[in-house]
Design a protein. Structure first.
Length: 353
């Protein structure tokens, strides 16, 4: 039975990080907006994530700067003082987020069911949302089901600012454009510099312009530099040189994105850009690019079997591979073969008709 019989006047969503998960949650926000356009939505999120989420129409963004320590909580609670919400969607099973939720006054406080409510999240909510579907996106849409939304099909639309589009134009004109995001925020999720360089050579041989993208983090810049030292076929190294809106515009203009389990993988889903994902530590059927899960290169099953002695279907759905070298199981031949498959199936090497 649906929790609400009518549209709530106010709704607060709490998801602080990471960029990929915030991209997933956008589908829920826009499903709410389709059914209840009059509902006023507030989203509490992280400082970096806010750069992207501020592009959402008709959503108030409140920034929680985790780097500020206890001051972040005090500032948030002060900002929320005196405000009351009909609904809180507490969509992050982490103690930091749960402590932040103490400043949100809401009648209905929805959170994950006990099995998924890590760090005692269940103590901070009064309605538990059951898991639905395999993918994280579908799990998030379970909040919509609990609220009583009729249309639970995940869909995304996110406007790209004109100034970001203008910034990206010189790069977007160099087609067909392949963007490689070689690094995730956690280095163990990264593939090898040699592998990325070999893929760049192969893609260049097929006529693609290859550019590197990523954040300014030191390990991302260092990996990009290694790739550039191994191949002459990187047209531009843009790692650390874009804002999130600029990166979104660049991804929108690309024919294909290749990346491990990281934010730009899911930003590509927002822009309906095909993605070739590289996975070892997490089940790509749970965390992979939503529309392109059939085009991942995954060694998750074999790495999990080697680590636990059990196949994935005998282990909890959320089980993570812990071997820090797991991504090295991915071979260049497998990535090249998947690249050839996805470029063929989506006609990515052809001029648009």
């Amino acid at each position: 039975m649906a929790l609400l019989g009518s549209a709530p006047a106010t709704l607060c969503l709490l998801r602080l990080s990471a960029i990929g998960d915030c991209c997933h949650a956008i589908a829920l926000v826009q499903a709410i907006q389709r059914q209840w356009p009059q509902t006023r939505i507030t989203w509490i999120t992280g400082k970096i994530e806010a750069q992207l989420l501020q592009l959402l129409p008709d959503v108030e963004i409140i920034v929680f700067d985790k780097g500020a320590g206890i001051r972040a909580y005090l500032d948030l609670w002060k900002q929320l003082r005196g405000r009351k919400f009909d609904v809180l969607l507490h969509m992050q099973a982490a103690l930091r987020a749960s402590l932040a939720s103490l400043g949100v006054s809401a009648i209905h406080r929805l959170g994950f069911e006990r099995e998924r409510a890590k760090d005692g999240q269940w103590l901070f909510t009064n309605h538990k949302v059951a898991a639905t579907g395999e993918h994280v996106v579908e799990g998030f849409m379970g909040f919509g089901q609990a609220l009583g939304l009729a249309d639970l099909s995940p869909r995304w639309t996110l406007p790209v600012p004109e100034e970001a589009e203008q910034w990206a134009t010189p790069y977007a004109e160099r087609q067909p454009l392949l963007l490689i995001c070689p690094a995730a925020s956690k280095a163990y999720k990264n593939w090898t510099a040699e592998g990325y360089a070999a893929l760049a050579d192969h893609a260049h041989g097929k006529g693609m312009q290859v550019m590197l993208i990523g954040s300014p983090a030191r390990q991302e810049r260092e990996l990009a530099a290694k790739i550039c030292n191994l191949t002459d076929n990187i047209a531009e190294n843009l790692v650390g040189k874009t804002s999130l809106p600029q990166l979104l515009a660049l991804i929108k203009s690309a024919r294909l994105v290749v990346a491990p389990d990281t934010g730009p993988t899911h930003m590509a889903t927002l822009m309906n850009t095909p993605v070739l994902g590289l996975y070892a530590h997490h089940n790509p059927q749970r965390t992979g690019p939503y529309y392109c899960r059939d085009y991942v290169v995954s060694v998750y099953d074999e790495a999990l079997l080697a680590e636990t002695g059990k196949p994935a279907n005998e282990l909890p759905w959320r089980t993570r591979v812990k071997d820090p070298a797991a991504m090295q199981r991915i071979t260049i031949d497998r990535v090249v073969a998947q690249f050839d498959r996805i470029t063929h199936d989506f006609n990515l090497l052809q001029e648009p008709s």
